[in-house]
Design a protein around this ligand. Sequence first.
Ligand code: GRF
Length: 216
Amino acid sequence: MAKLKVGILISGRGSNMAALIEAARSPGYPGEIACVVSNKADAAGLAIAAAAGIPTVTVSHRAYPDRESFDRDVSAALEKHGVEFVVLAGFLRIFSNWFPQHWAGRMINIHPSLLPSFKGLHVQQQALDAGVRLSGCTVHFVIPDLDAGPIIAQAAVPVLEGDDEAALTARILRQEHRLYPEVVRWFGEGRVSESGGKVAVRGLAPGATLLFSGEA
Ligand code: GRF
């Protein structure tokens, strides 16, 4: 079966991107990373992708008068590399409505909270401030509204006494690196469907769209 051609959008460190690149290296993985696009030339993730032999493109948002013309060029770069499926991995630009409409059903994001709780920025600190006992990460379809869109899978971690933002962030990130490659695998295997805002993943054991880590 042909592998799903995945394009990854980043703005920075790229640790989720690196986890996806690593997963895609294993022979049976049903996706291949066709290119990595950054809106920032100095994103650390670009060097990681290049070292892995993956084509990289920088499209600087500063060079564009409005969001949609930037979005159209990002899209053109993805399509030039044959991308069929877009994965946001720490991409820090807000899209015009055009981009998520163009990639509707073919674009996902990972967010470091259990959505719909804690949208926006510094969400690990928001979770600490709220005193929740569980947090985690969410993989969801991207729609024009920020940090919304049908939820595909989540991973939960405990919030422990004495946690600061860095500790909770690191605990969640370890689960992001497990969850994201797994979800992209499901897309590569053609298992994921969405109807009325609810996502179904065919052929998984019950509960497999929730990972739970009891790690401290
Ligand atoms: C992650 O915490 C992800 O959930 C959020 O941005 C961060 C990106 O980290 N969307 P990295 O660039 O993948 O290391």
